[in-house]
Structure formats: structure tokens, C-alpha cells
Design a binder for this molecule. Structure first.
Ligand code: HEM
Length: 180
């Protein structure tokens, strides 16, 4: 009998050794699969003082040659307690031959980025190819995102930002640990 609300039959995989098998083109990024969390610090010349934050990041796949990417951050007070929700973003990393990456990343602040770069199994380096802004979004011109797997369960991430009239420079650094 016809089921009007069937379950989606292709759940995402979060580990290289579980079904579905990762597509061969994902080989340079399979070490990132899963959920990560950690604490980081940020700064920008237009902001008063540094800030501390926590972040959770998830990479998953459905057997095709792209990653689903999701990240959400929250600010921390001086005792490490949650202060308020901060940046969120989600997107898709399209893996090409030779570890080339084309990423589409959107944020609820009205920013949509296309970034391109490369992954080699341990590192991913993505730089802006294009940015689209909604009419009320802050001016963002470019970003650079660097990931490094320092061991199987530790992922460092740095984010450089060119925005609101400032040249490309450090905005965020975080050390993420594999969850679970
Ligand atoms: C972990 C992720 C991030 C955190 C924790 C974070 C945190 C912050 C904080 C605390 C501010 C100061 C304003 C405020 O209090 O909200 C800020 C400003 C800003 N951030 Fe981020 N941010 C993150 C990611 C990003 C990303 C991915 C972009 C752009 C691609 C971005 C672009 C900006 C811009 C344009 C400003 C405004 C600067 C100004 O108007 O002076 N941020 N961020």
C-alpha cells in the first residue's frame, strides 16, 4: 500500500567505516566525518576585545561525492558558561579529482559564500571564490578557512576574514575534538 509519509531511505553516514560507503572522491576528507566540538577564541579590529566561544561542527555524507557541513557556535563568559548563540552556518563541500574542493556555505546573517581549495587527507584550505550578500547583511569580501587533523580525534580550525572595510586577517581559531 502507498505510504504517504515514508522515511527518507538514504541516511547520512558519519564514519568512514559505516554504511553508506564514502564515495572514492571523498578520500581526502573522510578523516573529517563525524561531529566535533571545542572551545576557541576570536577577534577582529572592529570588535572591542577578544571573545571566547564554543563550537560544534558536523561533516556527513550520503555516498555521493560531497560532504554535508553544519557548524554552530555560542559565546562563552569568563567562566566558560554559555553567554548567547553566535554564528551558524551550513553547506556542501563538493569533492573533485585530486582533492580539489568546491564549497557552498550559507549563514543566517545573510551571507552566502562559494569557496574553493584543496584537501589532502590531513588539511583542508578553502578561500573565497565568491560572496553573495542579502540587502541587509554586513559587508563580507573574503574568507580563508584552514582545517588540520593533528591526530585522528583532533581538528584545528582557523578562519580569516576580510569584512567591513578590513583586509583579510584572523577572526577565529578553535581546537575541536571528536565527539563520541
Ligand atoms: C565560530 C564562528 C564565529 C563566531 C563565534 C563569531 C563571533 C563574532 C563576534 C562575537 C562578533 C562581534 C559582534 C557580535 O557580538 O556578534 C563577530 C562579528 C563579525 N563576524 Fe564573526 N563569528 C564567527 C564566524 C563568522 C563568519 C563565518 C563570518 C563571515 C564569513 C563572520 C563575519 C563577521 C562579521 C562581518 C562581523 C561584524 C564585524 C563588524 O561589524 O565590526 N563571523 N563575530
Amino acid at each position: 500500500m502507498f505510504d504517504p509519509a515514508p522515511e527518507y531511505p538514504y541516511p547520512d553516514g558519519h564514519r568512514p567505516d559505516e554504511a553508506p560507503a564514502p564515495h572514492a572522491l571523498l578520500a581526502p576528507v573522510t578523516g573529517l566525518l563525524g561531529t566535533w566540538s571545542g572551545r576557541g577564541e576570536g577577534e577582529y579590529p572592529t570588535i572591542t576585545g577578544d571573545f571566547a566561544y564554543a563550537q560544534e561542527v558536523t561533516f556527513s555524507h550520503d555516498g555521493r561525492p560531497f560532504l554535508r557541513y553544519e557548524a554552530r557556535a555560542w559565546l562563552l563568559d569568563e567562566n566558560g558558561a554559555p553567554l548567547r548563540p553566535s554564528a551558524r552556518e551550513s553547506g556542501w563541500w563538493r569533492l573533485q579529482a585530486d582533492g580539489r574542493v568546491e564549497a557552498l556555505i550559507t549563514q543566517p546573517t545573510g551571507i552566502a559564500e562559494i569557496a574553493v581549495g584543496a584537501a589532502d587527507g590531513k588539511t583542508v584550505d578553502l578561500s573565497t571564490n565568491d560572496v553573495a550578500l542579502t540587502p541587509t547583511a554586513k559587508e563580507v569580501n573574503a574568507t580563508r578557512r584552514r582545517y588540520e587533523l593533528t591526530d585522528d580525534d583532533t581538528l584545528t580550525f582557523t578562519h580569516d576574514l576580510a569584512a567591513v572595510g578590513q583586509p583579510l586577517q584572523h577572526h577565529l581559531s578553535v581546537v575541536l575534538r571528536r565527539k563520541g
